[in-house]
Design a protein around this ligand. Structure first.
Ligand code: NAD
Length: 499
């Protein structure tokens, strides 16, 4: 175990000055497989200075040149899909198919960024006054940073850097120290795609690196995705130093199941959305709200389906879900299940004792279903981030909406129904940013923007899509006059108005 992930600064691997490292685990085996460097403040500064120098030329590159790099990068992501998925699976634990899914969804943001000439078209008004025209356009903001979580090692960073780079900024990525592998390969692919050195940089690290980014005076903006406490911290820290910031936090996503829904369809999709990626998706369903008579049948149908889920190593083609990311995660999830049980909820399916053959030390938890959960139980109030579905029972749609709106998180939610009226009431009244109608994981496509409400997002911009273009650019409005030599000047001391 000698391999160490370096930083990537100025188009090359860099060891940096810090001698701190962290282990990168294989969660299926429960043992370290590599190490990753943890940057010091001066390592971060080296990356910022490099990105700042690169900004001087990259921000002047033509929009077509920037678009061409994105087309080439997109093609390389296609060619390296298997390799990327294998790296992600080995460090995160998710199945290979699931990992490929995130490569594809992330690549779609690159496809969006390929159209940057169209997206950056400004606006023009001819003759806003006599011989005066007015037009507006957007320019890049400088060196921007992205700080990302473990659960989507390539997709979440891809929500950020293609849009930031295509709009003419230079970028510093601080990926999760638990899953640095995909970012190391992405850096090399950008170089192969023709991106000039210094435009995309990777600084590996922990809180020290994050704090250095937040404090650095030469960083113009920070995009963060991770848990709510750290999102709040990043939002406050970056705001204090005058940066633009979007900080996406954690979630507790509810699926409401109405009695008029097709319960087989709902159970299929809730199982996929609750247990896929071992529940470690920010858009995973973790609370099922069964309305009226739907409850008993729905719980039975979910229970039956959990028996068909094979839990195994990510490379096992039959596995539906892999391990969770760390031993600490496993212990936390197991503890929450116990807390639910002690509080009086009924553990219908219990994944606590699951052991995967030949992987006895792996961080596995089986699918778990807990019924009769109430809103005061920690199994409901806290984001567990594991394969645990909590079922709450309410009498009506109104009660379901009230319950969701009382929850501090507001990332995603879904309703299963065959009624258009129910769907419309739900989509209009619920205080959540992303809503699925018979769609359990309503992650917006790359050409829309992604973002939650309440404690799931701090800042006023959603990420990628049109809001991403706005976040990484600033507007300019030009008012221009090219007078004829003979023209009367019309200069006056009063405030100018159109004539
Ligand atoms: P995390 O908050 O622990 O870590 C996210 C990033 O913050 C990492 O890069 C990490 O190194 C850094 N970090 C961790 N602790 C820090 C500290 N004390 N000070 C400064 N920086 C720190 O999140 P995670 O465990 O990697 O990821 C899971 C969380 O991310 C879940 O809460 C999940 O809901 C959330 N998430 C949200 C979205 C979304 O779009 N809203 C998407 C994916 C994940």
């Amino acid at each position: 175990m000698t391999d160490v992930y370096d930083h990537w600064i100025g188009g090359a691997k860099v060891a940096g000055e810090s001698d701190r490292t962290a282990d990168v685990y294989d969660p299926a085996l429960g043992t370290p497989q590599r190490q990753v460097r943890l940057a010091s403040t001066s390592d971060v500064d080296a990356a910022v200075q490099t990105a700042r120098t690169a900004f001087a030329t990259w921000s002047q590159a033509s929009v077509t040149a920037r678009s061409r790099v994105m087309f080439a990068f997109r093609q390389l992501l296609v060619e390296h899909e298997d390799e990327l998925a294998a790296i992600i699976s080995s460090e995160h634990g998710k199945t290979i198919d699931d990992a490929k899914g995130e490569v594809v969804r992330g690549r779609e943001v690159v496809e969006f960024a390929c159209g940057i000439p169209q997206l950056l078209k400004g606006e023009y008004n001819d003759q806003v006054s006599g011989s005066v025209d007015s037009f507006s356009f957007r320019q890049p903001i400088g060196v921007v940073a992205g700080i990302t979580p473990f659960n989507f090692p390539i997709m979440v960073p891809l929500w950020m850097h293609p849009v930031a780079i295509a709009t003419g900024n230079t970028f510093i990525l601080k990926p999760s120290e638990r899953v640095p592998g995909a970012s190391a390969l992405v850096a090399e692919l950008y170089k192969k795609a023709g991106l000039p050195d210094g435009v995309f940089n990777v600084v590996n690290g922990d809180k020290v690196a994050v704090d250095a980014l937040l404090e650095h005076p030469d960083i113009a903006a920070v995009s963060f995705v991770g848990s709510t406490p750290i999102a709040r911290y990043v939002h406050e820290g970056a705001s204090r130093t005058g940066k633009r910031v979007q900080a996406l936090g954690g979630a507790k996503n509810h699926a409401v199941v109405m009695p008029d829904a097709d319960l087989d369809f709902a159970a299929d999709h809730i199982v996929a959305a609750g247990y896929g990626s071992a529940g470690q998706r920010c858009m995973a369903i973790s609370a099922v709200i069964a309305v009226g008579p739907a409850a008993d049948t729905l719980v039975d149908k979910i229970r039956e389906r959990t028996h068909d889920i094979k839990v195994g190593v990510g490379t096992d083609p039959d596995a539906g879900m892999g391990p969770v990311v760390t031993k600490a995660s496993r212990d936390r999830i197991v503890d929450y299940i116990g807390q639910g049980e002690s509080a009086g909820a009924k553990v219908v399916v219990d994944g606590r004792d699951l052991v995967v053959e030949d992987h006895e030390e792996g961080f596995f938890v089986g699918p778990t279903l807990i019924d009769h959960v109430t809103t005061d139980m920690s199994v409901y109030t806290d984001e567990i981030f594991g394969p645990v579905l909590a079922v709450l029972r309410v009498p009506s749609l109104e009660a379901a909406i009230e319950l969701i709106n009382a929850n501090p998180y507001g990332n995603g939610t879904a309703v299963f129904t065959s009624s258009g009226e129910v769907a419309r009431t739900f989509q209009r009244d619920v205080h959540v940013g992303m809503i699925g109608i018979n769609v359990p994981v309503p992650v917006p496509m790359a050409f829309h923007s992604f973002g939650g409400w309440k404690d799931s997002l701090f800042g006023d911009h959603h990420i990628h899509g049109p809001e991403g273009v706005r976040f990484y650019t600033q507007a300019k409005v030009v008012t221009a006059r090219w007078p004829h030599v003979s023209e009367e000047s019309l200069a006056a001391l009063n405030f100018p108005t159109a004539h």
